[in-house]
Design a protein around this ligand. Structure first.
Ligand SMILES: [Fe+2]
Ligand SMILES: [Fe+2]
Length: 287
């Protein structure tokens, strides 16, 4: 099976998680220049179960704002269209992809979301320190970066198993094992889906290039930050001796984030509390 066949197969899978129509609609609306605040708020308010969760997220410390936002239109006015969209997309994607609790050696959905939430919190922290904006883009990018892995696991289990065996036997990273063993990577699968969901190009690029940075990405700073946050999460959350392997970090990212990288073992322990509360928020904590 080559990569085209795999993507074609992806097109034909009926039970592939789709973004709830509300998130698709919001993404579509934000492509139109004439979308008004009230129109967007009305669309989101159609899903009454979603509203309190969005408000809770935009009011949370880890998403970027600590304020008293009491309605969707208030959120749009204060935070802007993009932030509200990020909140809708984040909640929808976690919902769509955490229902299936089956796990296999090498993949556990709770661990997966735990890692993604950690990368989200770390990305946001790095962006804040580097004075990059908007912070919620960094959070959302971190949250979504590995989404292709869930799809690989749920819908291409043979390929997933091949990769996992190679990770163990050859002591490779997941991404390197994918490149060695199968014709596609989780990065490519994730980006393919994300494009279908019509999420912004800068987020699609984070999904596609977080292991192999591309200078042509829509937002290189965003991509670089998530790339570094991913490596930090992998080194510091493995439960083993925490040491950052600088050889994994792209040289551009290493030089842009030198001050943060030099002091990572000082600030990371404080951030762990924030990661924990973000995991609790999304209900993806490891017991
Ligand atoms: Fe990845
Ligand atoms: Fe990752």
């Amino acid at each position: 099976m080559d990569s085209k066949t795999i993507l074609k197969k992806l097109d034909r899978i009926d039970d592939l998680p789709t973004l709830p129509s509300i998130a698709m609609e919001v993404n579509k609306m934000l492509r139109d220049y004439d979308t008004s605040i009230s129109k967007l708020a009305q669309t989101i308010e159609k899903d009454q179960a979603m509203v309190p969760r969005i408000l809770k997220l935009v009011n949370s410390a880890f998403f970027g704002f600590q304020s008293e936002i009491s309605s969707i239109s208030h959120a749009v006015i204060l935070l802007g269209f993009n932030t509200v969209r990020n909140a809708v997309v984040s909640i929808s994607i976690i919902d769509a992809f955490s229902g299936d609790k089956k796990s296999l050696e090498g993949f556990d959905i709770t661990k997966f979301w735990n890692h993604s939430v950690a990368v989200a919190v770390i990305s946001r922290y790095l962006a804040e320190k580097a004075r990059l904006q908007p912070l919620d883009d960094f959070f959302t990018g971190g949250l979504l970066h590995d989404i292709g892995k869930v799809v690989l696991f749920q819908h291409f289990q043979d390929l997933f198993k091949k990769v996992w065996i190679s990770v163990r036997e050859n002591n490779l990273s997941f991404y390197d094992a994918e490149k060695k063993e199968i014709p596609i990577t989780h990065a490519r699968i994730g980006a393919y889906l994300a494009k279908k969901w019509r999420i912004p190009g800068s987020l699609v690029d984070v999904i596609q290039y977080h292991h192999a940075l591309s200078k042509n990405a829509n937002n290189f700073n965003l991509l670089m930050t998530v790339h570094v946050a991913d490596i930090i999460a992998n080194s510091f959350m493995s439960g083993q001796e925490s040491k950052l392997d600088f050889s994994l970090i792209h040289p551009d990212a290493a030089s842009a984030m030198k001050p943060q990288l030099k002091t990572v073992s000082d600030w990371f322990p404080d951030l762990s509390t924030e990661i924990e509360s973000a995991c609790q928020f999304f209900n993806v904590c490891e017991k």
